[in-house]
Ligand binder design. Sequence first.
Ligand SMILES: [Fe+2]
Length: 408
Amino acid sequence: MPYYRVAGEIPRKRHIRFRGPAGNLYAEELMGEEGFVSDSSLLYHEHPPTAIVKSEAVADTAGQGRLVPNHPLLPRHYRTQDLPAGGDLVLGRRLMMANDDVRISFAAADAGSELYRNSVGDEAVYLRSGSARFESVYGTIHASAGDYVIVPRGTIHRWLPSADGVHALVVEARGHIRPPRRYLSQFGQFLEHAPYCERDLRGPDGPLIVAGEDVPVIVRTSAGLTMLTYAFHPFDVVGWDGYLYPYAFNIADFEPIVKRTHAPPPVHQTFEGPNFVICSFCPRPLDFDPQAVPIPYNHHNVDSDEMMYYVAGDYSARKGSGVGLGSITLHPSGFTHGPQPGAVEAVIEAIAQGKTTTDETAVMIDTFRPLQLADGARSAEDPEYAWSWAGAARGAVDPDRADKGPGF
Ligand SMILES: [Fe+2]
């Protein structure tokens, strides 16, 4: 996924002799999903991609720590903007929450990572701020704020942040992360109703050749991290073609779908993975029926936990709520959530004063099994968040909290 692409030099046919300028045979490698019956790419290496010389266990500092159930049940608010910065985008991850399907981490990375291969599942890395060069066996992607970078399982890659570093949300799946099936034709083309299409996806620039011998690669498996040392640098691919490769999609290229009355979050869906979805809430016109309540109704997603990452927009209207740029909220199953007290009245008044749009941007992950909480995230938790809806009912409303805004 998402569509056929070719980079560099490839031979006329699959599985025929393909030689370099010196007459050397290139080593062909198939990267294929689901055995040999789903998307794949063929890569042509200068050296055998099989030549390893060492294997060592590595301590998993990437977001490890105790996971605890969300018990007693509470909605949660974590301020990632308060977490310490440093490290790289692989081993510097701080696990926030996870279940057997997905691990969600935050990283404030300012250093280049080792070469890395996740063999458990695909990763979606969302950059909230900063920029980074993503280098892989398929080539380079220049990623910047607002980009989702989808990294297929097994892709050897590394992250090189620019000097100002990056703030990133990292989603590690146990399977594949893909565009929603309903956006695609039976042969995989994005349909006209889809909120983005092939033209919005950025694949690798082309072949990336790096010389080197005895090159370490960190490999994540279900057993933990292994450092495999390769005899030759894995970035030795002269060409590749196929449907399987990393790509970037910027949230600003998501075309919001707006209804006359309020549309539910599936209109914001961007990707899907095994037992979870990723949605993008983007700047858009407010719902335009004269009687519309243009913010979410209270809702209880009985089959899912809902994580929201607040990434851009004018959050001055939320002063006092504690939720700001970089905040992560978790609204779990078992709890009905919705707008802050007074928010409906406030937006109706704002419309009367001429407001027609919302400019907030957020990334949402709905998981279909409960998320457990990482104890490493607890230091950034806002302990007052759970009670923020009860202010009016308890006669102690904070006027700033009442102006929290749409909510999700
Ligand atoms: Fe919600």
